[in-house]
Design a protein around this ligand. Structure first.
Ligand SMILES: [Zn+2]
Length: 300
């Protein structure tokens, strides 16, 4: 018999949220610990005016930052059918439902066409709040269709990457999306159309291992976490302490993994310049292609 009995429950773990802009008038910057007025932050594209810390922004906000004005969204109705009937701590179906309610999106990417400083472009913007921006069948299909649209309409392609990697709940089907998107990008390349990958915090796993690193230009935001496996896993595998700043944009730029690190406030201009340099703006105008009919059969 034990002498002491544990009567109190252990303290529950508190969830530390990443640098999302919280509700309220003032926000404490994780970079410089100063209080910033919420409206100042919003008018500064969610970059701290004092230390240039980049707060995370959602997929729609990204489109607003990049496009000249209005954009047309494509394949917004595609939704996962939960092909594996997957359950972890809760069912994948209920997870999807909760995410749809929280974000107003059907899955973790928005694909839209519009103009970036006059260049006709298809942009795929990933939403981190939707199951960690993970890539399942729907994300893969929407991005692949976006690339095919770019080819059909002679547009430039841009993907804003923000993802934890392939979606566990769709198993191997998620992994197939890597090859599917890469195949579509190869066709885009053969069609002589440019692709820019914008890597934001965080870009990891199967997304890094496929389309995020395949841009004609790979541009990252400052201090973004970009990698395949997490630092802890790597340290355990190679039994070495990792250097300072490992897997951050600046480190990867120095090692030749990236082409540019650009402040969010200059991102649109940088991307537009690059597209102009690649002659994307002179692409002949082609009539827009209608969305493929929704069959909801997401088998490959
Ligand atoms: Zn700051």
């Amino acid at each position: 018999m034990a002498w002491f009995k544990k009567t109190r429950r252990p303290i529950a773990k508190t969830k530390v949220k990443a640098s999302r802009v919280p509700e309220g008038l003032w926000v404490k910057c994780p970079g410089c610990a100063q209080a910033i007025y919420n409206k100042d932050l919003a008018s500064n594209l969610n970059v701290c005016p004092k230390c240039a810390h980049h707060f995370r922004v959602n997929a729609t906000e990204r489109l607003r930052m990049l496009f000249d004005g209005e954009w047309v969204e494509h394949d917004a109705g595609l939704a996962s059918t939960d092909p594996l009937n997957f359950t972890d701590t809760k069912t994948y179906k209920s997870r999807l439902k909760a995410m749809r309610e929280a974000t107003g999106l059907k899955d973790a990417v928005i694909v839209a066409s519009g103009e970036i400083d006059g260049t006709p472009t298809v942009v795929a913007s990933m939403e981190y709040e939707f199951i960690g921006g993970s890539m399942g069948v729907v994300v893969g299909e929407k991005i692949a269709r976006g690339i095919e649209r770019a080819i059909a309409e002679r547009r430039a392609m841009l993907i804003v990457c923000c993802s934890g990697g392939a979606r566990m709940m769709e198993g191997a089907l998620s992994l197939m999306q890597m090859a599917k998107i890469c195949g579509a990008l190869a066709r885009l390349d053969r069609a002589g159309l440019p692709y820019i990958s914008v890597l934001t915090d965080p870009t990891t796993g199967g997304v890094t291992a496929s389309f995020a690193m395949l841009g004609d230009l790979n541009v990252a935001e400052p201090k973004a976490l970009i990698g395949f496996a997490g630092p802890r896993v790597i340290e355990q595998a190679i039994r070495t302490k990792l250097p300072e700043g490992f897997q951050r944009s600046e480190f990867l730029l120095e090692k030749g993994m990236l082409d540019l690190v650009v402040d969010r406030r200059e991102m649109k201009a940088a991307v537009a310049n690059a597209f102009r340099f690649m002659n994307a703006h002179i692409a002949p105008a082609v009539a827009p292609v209608a969305d493929a009919p929704l069959t909801n059969q997401m088998t490959d």
